[in-house]
Design a protein around this ligand. Structure first.
Ligand code: GLV
Ligand code: MN
Ligand code: MN
Length: 417
């Protein structure tokens, strides 16, 4: 939060920000924020959010994928539910708002609606998804995939860096893998899914706008590339005999940027592991990750085909092997007209009658939830577009507007349901 703001002017927003601070304190590392799937930190975060949900008058449970859920019935019990939420897991050395703000705002809106005594023509549910970032098992959006009924039984064998499989971690967390199907929701039981999230980009700030709505969410592809050469003596091996996997990998990294930077897509090599990793040994093997995002799946896939062909040429010219593993594919998702209109009406109620519509280059639980129900998203300005970094920050007055907008969006939907 910007230190220069008069936070007393926005008591509900300050409560939301204080809750984000409380969650930030639940971390696997003393010097920053790290909270990944199926860990003691995940459990502590679920416990805390469940407490807040209970205070907001919701009936709570943790589902078979470790998502924390709360529900308040509508006019009559058993009506289809409008889901509000986002995720509670983080990247390593994270900021305190990515995902978290959306869950905390959703709980606060549920509480405000309860306090106003509003009976809605649908049930209201809040969900804190357990894994969106994929930081532990490489596969992202696990929590929402279970809710959307998209769980793939092969995922149980995914392993974290210590070799613990998703199956083992799930059992150690106290969940029954055989029950994963019970987390899935049926289309007929849902009204839609609304997610508030920090923008994670600079466009709202550049437009001097506190809030925006999302038109579509990027299609994502995450790959691991393994470049193999030959580890040999750094001194004794002349250049014509060297098959240096790191030099090949470096060419790949710069070629990716050169090809993608002038398109509307984005590509990132976020991890590079060099083996054997010794100062006097030519690198024999490099594993690197590639994250590729574009507005449509077709654009993303065409770009990947082109990049892959260039990588193969680079490796062949250097006598290197190239192996590709697909870790995660998520289809691009469009937000749905009726829900999007409700978000636009919500932003208008918060003071901006002509809000900005943005496509999201970041992935969100909403893109998976789109497989089972209509989705829409409310974006909240964040300072300098900084995210996936401890420097994430939001303004209390923007959080106040987000509360007004999300509540008004729910009421707008109630008016049309
Ligand atoms: C999630 O934050 C992603 O877009 O990687
Ligand atoms: Mn994130
Ligand atoms: Mn997020």
């Amino acid at each position: 939060m910007s230190p220069d703001l008069e936070t007393d002017a926005h008591p509900d927003a300050c409560e939301v920000l204080a809750r984000c601070d409380e969650l930030a304190a639940i971390s696997a590392r003393p010097d920053g924020i790290e909270r990944v799937y199926l860990t003691p930190e995940h459990r502590k975060a679920n416990d805390l959010v469940q407490e807040w949900m209970l205070r907001a008058g919701l009936v709570t449970w943790v589902d078979a994928a470790g998502n924390v859920c709360g529900r308040r019935e509508g006019r009559v019990p058993g009506l289809p539910a409008l889901l509000l939420g986002s995720h509670l897991d983080t990247v390593p050395d994270a900021g305190r708002y990515d995902g978290i703000l959306g869950v905390v705002l959703a709980v606060a809106v549920a509480e405000r609606l309860r306090d106003r005594g509003r009976d809605l023509p649908f049930a209201l549910e809040v969900v804190g998804f357990s894994d969106e970032e994929g930081a532990r098992f490489g596969k992202a959006l696990l929590g929402s995939s279970a809710v959307a009924g998209l769980w793939d039984q092969e995922w149980w064998e995914l392993a974290d860096r210590d070799g613990t499989t998703l199956r083992e971690a799930t059992e150690q967390f106290g969940l029954d893998t055989a029950l994963i199907g019970t987390a899935a929701r049926r289309r007929e039981d849902l009204v839609g899914y609304l997610e508030a999230h920090i923008e994670q980009g600079p466009e709202l700030e550049a437009a001097d706008a506190a809030l925006g709505y999302v038109t579509s969410i990027a299609g994502a592809l995450r790959l691991t590339l393994v470049v193999t050469g030959e580890a040999r003596h750094a001194g004794g091996t002349p250049y014509p005999r060297r098959r240096d996997a790191l030099v090949g990998a470096s060419e790949i990294v710069t070629a990716v940027e050169r090809r993608v930077r002038d398109s509307d897509a984005v590509a990132t090599v976020g991890r590079l592991e060099v083996q054997p990793g010794a100062v006097n040994v030519i690198p024999g093997r490099v594993e690197l990750t590639l994250d590729l995002r574009a507005a449509t799946d077709a654009e993303r896939d065409a770009l990947w085909e082109e990049l892959h062909a260039e990588m193969r040429r680079t490796c062949a010219a250097r006598g290197l092997g190239l192996e590709v593993r697909r870790d995660h594919v998520a289809a691009a998702a469009r937000t749905a007209g009726r829900l999007r209109q409700a978000v636009v009406a919500g932003i208008a109620a918060a003071g901006d009658p002509a809000p900005l519509g943005l496509w999201s280059r970041a992935g969100h639980d909403a893109m998976v939830m789109a497989a089972v129900t209509d989705v829409a998203m409310l974006f909240v300005r964040c300072h300098d577009g900084i995210s996936h970094h401890p420097g994430e920050s939001v303004r209390a007055d923007d959080v106040d507007r987000a509360l007004v907008a999300l509540e008004a969006a729910v009421l707008a939907l109630a008016g049309t349901s």
